[in-house]
Design a protein around this ligand. Sequence first.
Ligand SMILES: Nc1ncnc2c1ncn2[C@@H]1O[C@H](COP(=O)(O)OP(=O)(O)OP(=O)(O)O)[C@@H](O)[C@H]1O
Ligand SMILES: [Mg+2]
Length: 346
Amino acid sequence: MSEIRVESLVKRYGDTTALDGVSLAFPEGSFTALLGPSGCGKTTMLRLIAGFEAPSTGSVYFGDALVADPNRQLPPEARNVGVVFQSYALWPHMDVTENVAYPLRARRVAAADIPARVAAVLDIVGLGGFGKRRIDELSGGQRQRVALARCLVAEARIILFDEPLANLDMHLRSAMVDAFREIHRRTGATIVYVTHDQAEALALADRVAVMSKGKLLQAASPREIYRSPADAAVAGFVGRGSLVSGNAVDHAGETATIDIAGHRLAARSNRERAGAVKVLLRPEALRIATEGLPATVLDSVYRGPVHEVRLTLEPGQHLLIDSAEALMAGQQVHVAVSDAWVVPGA
Ligand SMILES: Nc1ncnc2c1ncn2[C@@H]1O[C@H](COP(=O)(O)OP(=O)(O)OP(=O)(O)O)[C@@H](O)[C@H]1O
Ligand SMILES: [Mg+2]
């Protein structure tokens, strides 16, 4: 079984609690991005799944099989998990084919079967025809692909990636994002992909798990994480947007009426609550209009096709919108809101 389940997982290093009671299931064949700021426990989670570390308390299951708890750990080589870390140790003196074939030779796979398997994975990562190149004759992105191919050739049903694109430039990163999607489609493996790049997480994964300080904040589809973050930390970490203070005055079904700076608007909300709330407003749900939230332009920065404009609603409350036109600081405007979300924990 290639479902992974961690239950109440805790990992302490001396006084540091790297994982603080995380329970999460990674369904068979799913692609989960583990997202969170530096030091939140992402790598620790992968190391516990791979078997390089033992839990302090809690357990790790693959399907129904217990693979780790504080008293018992299946060794890494018995877990059949593929791992690609940010620093990919390739052998510079070997050519691409020899590097990729290495795990098969180590497992004593029949020599006659090796060339076809190596050729197949080089094809998946877009390096068909590069077999005879030495590692030091490759670009950074090509080396990263060799590391991927070397992981894939073992045909593990569980593959863990730890920031595999962290040291590649923007252009290569987007090309590699396509390679990862293709790998998932072709292998059907259960993939856990660590990143602290939220755009990469949303683009790649079918599920995003957001962590902070050793705890899991939310695990949901990219769309849900973006549209309906579970708390202010997730809202702040994923996507652009503004958290604005308001007052809930009415609630009907999943919609609340919120008063912000004397103006009323409808917001999605998953709980009935009156009084002070924080509302998440994404830039694409906002536009300058003849009526709406009254605001004053603070500044305007050109960012590619649009101007990113910061507005002041009332002292201390800011709003970010995208505008086709540059706006003048001090200008009085109104902002029409087409979507808003009452952040539950905030
Ligand atoms: N071997 C170790 N000994 C002591 N503390 C450790 C060890 N490994 C990790 N930690 C600590 O545990 C916490 C979580 O570390 P982890 O490497 O899992 O973070 P991360 O989310 O992967 O961060 P980054 O995005 O920077 O890679 C950090 O505070 C880190 O300093
Ligand atoms: Mg890490």
